[in-house]
Design a protein around this ligand. Sequence first.
Ligand code: NAG
Ligand code: NAG
Ligand code: NAG
Ligand code: NAG
Ligand code: NAG
Length: 453
Amino acid sequence: MQLTLALALQACWVFISHAIQHSPASWGHYDVCKSQLHTDGGLVWYYMACQPESTDMTKFLRVNLEPENITCGDPPEIYCALENPYMCNNECDAETEELAHPPELMFDAEGRNPSTFWQSTTWQTYPRPLQVNITLSWDKTIELTDDIVITFESGRPEQMVLEKSLDYGRTWKPYQFYATDCLDAFTMEPRSVREISQRTLLDIICTEDYSRGYVWKYDKTVRFEIKDRFALFAGPRLHNMASLYGQLDTTRNLRDFFTLTDLRVRLLRPATGATTVDEENLSRYFYAISDIKIQGRCKCNLHAASCVFDKGKLSCECEHNTTGSDCSRCKKHFQGRAWSPGSYLPIPKGTANVCVQSAPAGRLNVSSLGVANRNRAGVCDDVLLRCQNGGECVQQQRCRCPAGFSGVLCESERCAGGRSCDELRSGRDCRLLSSLTLVYSLTLSLSLSFLFI
Ligand SMILES: *[C@@H]1O[C@H](CO)[C@@H](O)[C@H](O)[C@H]1NC(C)=O
Ligand SMILES: *[C@@H]1O[C@H](CO)[C@@H](O)[C@H](O)[C@H]1NC(C)=O
Ligand SMILES: *[C@@H]1O[C@H](CO)[C@@H](O)[C@H](O)[C@H]1NC(C)=O
Ligand SMILES: *[C@@H]1O[C@H](CO)[C@@H](O)[C@H](O)[C@H]1NC(C)=O
Ligand SMILES: *[C@@H]1O[C@H](CO)[C@@H](O)[C@H](O)[C@H]1NC(C)=O
C-alpha cells in the first residue's frame, strides 16, 4: 500500500525550476511565463500566464502642452501668492535655470527641497479662460495599477478633467471630472469614489473631493483612485487579488477601464481662493504642478513577463510564440490556432494560451503540448492546482468546496457568517462576490459584462 502510494507520488512529482516568488506588494504570481517540469515522461515546459511588473510609468512618457506657449517665463513674469496679493516676490524666467519652470519638472526626482515644478503663465487674459492641456503619451497600451496622483504647488484647480485615450490619441474619453461645484461646472451631481460599488465601477464621476479647501498648503494632491476601485473586488487591502483577476479576465469593459495609451489633464480654471476673481491682480492665478505619479505596467496580453524601453519606445518581450508590441498576434508559422490572450484563470497560475505551429506541423502538434493544452480548460487538478481546504476537483472543471469555503480553489472562507467578511464593504457586495466566484469557476468564458450595464 505504502509502496503504491510512494510510486504514485513519484509519478506525479513535479519540479518547478523557477522559484515562484510571492510578493503581495507586486501582487505575486504571473511573474514567469514558463517553468521546466520533470515528469516521469521526461522534461516538459509548463507555460503560464505572465505579465510585467508594475512600475513608475512616468519614466517612459512623452509630454505635450497646449497651448505651446503656456509655460511661464517667456517673457519673464512676476507672480504673487494666491492667499496674499502683497506677496509678489516670485519670478518666472525661462532663460534663467533657477527661475525656469519647464514641463520636465513635473516628472523629476522627488525629495528636492524646495520642490521643483512646472508653472503656467498667470491669468492675464482674464476673463478669457486660462486653460491648459497636459497630454502624456506612451505610444503603447499600459494598465494602471495604482492611483494617479497630481501634486499642485499652486492651489488645486477649481475645474479640471482627466481624460484617457485607448487608441494613441485619436479619440478621448473622460476618466473623472473635478470641480469645486460639479453642477455648476459640468452639470453633474457630485459623487465620491466611496459611493461607487461593483455595479457602478465604470461610471464616470465628478468629484468635489480634490478642489475644495482654500487651505491648499496642506492638501495639494488630486487623485484618480485606482486602488479604491480594485478594492471593490479584491477587498480593502487588496488581499484577494484572485477575485479581481478573475473579474478582469471575464469582463472586457472592466479590463479596458484601467487600460490606456495616453492620458490628458485638462486644466480648465485655476484656484482663485474666493468666489470672485481679483481683477486688479491677476498674477495670483496660475497652475503649478510639482509631481505626477502614474504606476502601471505594459499590457502584454499575459504573454510577457517583461517590457523593454528601447529607442524611446516600450515593447513587450513576448513569449508563448506571440509577437507585436502588445503580444497581440501569433508569430509567423505559429498560427495553428487563433491567437488569444493569456488568462488569469485558473488561479493562481493562469493559462498561457500559447501559439502553436501552423498545420501541417512537424512533430509538434497541439496534443503534444499536453500540459499547456490540458491547462487551457482546467480549473483544477491534483498536481499544481489542488482545490484547497479539502475541496474536491470535479473533472478539472471546478472545485467542490466543503461548507464554509468558496472561491475558485476553495481558497476563501465563505462570507455567510458575516465576521470573516469584514473586509467586504457590505453584505450585498459580499454575496455578489461569492456568487461571482462560483459563476466564473463554472463558466470560464462566459462574459459577465451584463453586470456592468
Ligand atoms: C484641449 O483638448 C481638447 C480636446 O480634448 C480640445 O477641445 C481643447 O481645445 C484643448 N485645449 C487647449 C487649451 O488646447
Ligand atoms: C500664445 O500663443 C497664442 C497664439 O498661438 C497667442 O494668441 C497668445 O498671445 C500667446 N500668449 C503669450 C503669453 O505669448
Ligand atoms: C499685485 O498687488 C500687489 C498689492 O496690491 C502689488 O504690489 C503688485 O504690484 C500687484 N501685481 C501686479 C502684477 O499688478
Ligand atoms: C515556440 O516555438 C519554438 C520553435 O518551435 C519552440 O521551441 C518553443 O518551445 C515554442 N514556445 C512555446 C511557448 O510554445
Ligand atoms: C500529434 O503528436 C502526437 C504525439 O507526438 C502523435 O501521436 C499524433 O499522431 C500527432 N497528431 C497529428 C495530427 O500529427
